[in-house]
Ligand binder design. Structure first.
Ligand code: C5P
Length: 219
């Protein structure tokens, strides 16, 4: 039995990695599987919400698709994801779960880059828009309530609180495992202005149900 704590609420979720093209056949991506964002989408629907899921390239099927409660938009690059999110900011809660590429390739080639014995290609990077920070800036009053995620290799507590403040969001969830990419379990550090608490190590869906319950008390 699950209480419908998000009945009538609209939830926007980004999930998975992004992919930045180098040329038409090559690109740069990361190891995000999308599992955490998709689990949150499922838990939000169980709690009565309508979900807009914006997914980077990943191999997951949409949870609870038959209910029609999750609308899914597939995107490739961080810029595509940015545009999709800006179109769907009219919501109550925004979970930025995607591992968005920090940079895109400025000198991406329209044609396949040819291998040469003389020289190797040199990639130039440019910073991608920070989707979450921009959404938080546009949030009118408390809407949407914006939640970020952070995966760090070191000093999680310090980086997570700094990140929450820099992005100007009320809640940031830090991955406590050294490397949770692709795994079914996760443990999160919940960072708010008032301080930090740790969840237990749980399956991503059990964890998502706890997070949804917590967030429902904030909106
Ligand atoms: O700054 P950093 O990438 O470590 O922050 C991670 C959080 O910010 C995640 O919630 C991620 O979805 C979001 N993010 C974003 N747009 C970016 C970079 C990160 O929405 N360009």
């Amino acid at each position: 039995f699950q209480k419908k704590v998000l009945a009538g609420k609209k939830v926007l979720i980004t999930a998975g990695p992004t992919y930045e093209a180098i040329d038409p056949v090559r690109g740069i991506t990361n190891r995000s599987s999308g599992k955490m964002g998709f689990a949150l989408a499922k838990a939000a629907v169980e709690a009565g919400a309508e979900v807009q899921l914006i997914a980077g390239p990943c191999h997951l099927t949409t949870p609870l698709e038959y209910t029609g409660k999750i609308k899914r938009t597939d995107v490739i690059s961080a810029k595509d994801m940015h545009a999709a999110v800006m179109n769907h900011l009219d919501c109550d809660v925004f979970f930025a779960v995607a591992a968005v590429a920090d940079w895109s390739v400025k000198n991406a080639s329209a044609q396949k880059i040819k291998k040469s014995d003389q020289s190797n290609p040199a990639l130039e990077f440019e910073l991608n828009p920070d989707i979450l920070a921009e959404a938080a800036k546009k949030a009118s009053g408390k809407k949407p309530y914006c939640i970020g995620f952070a995966a760090e290799t070191n000093d999680l507590e310090k980086h997570a609180q700094e990140k929450r403040i820099k992005k100007n969001i009320p809640m940031l969830l830090g991955n406590l495992g050294p490397d949770t990419f692709g795994l079914d379990d996760n443990q999160l550090l919940i960072v708010e202005e008032k301080g930090m608490t740790k969840t237990n190590k749980l399956s991503k869906i059990a964890l998502s149900r706890e997070i949804i319950q917590l967030v429902s008390t904030k909106i």
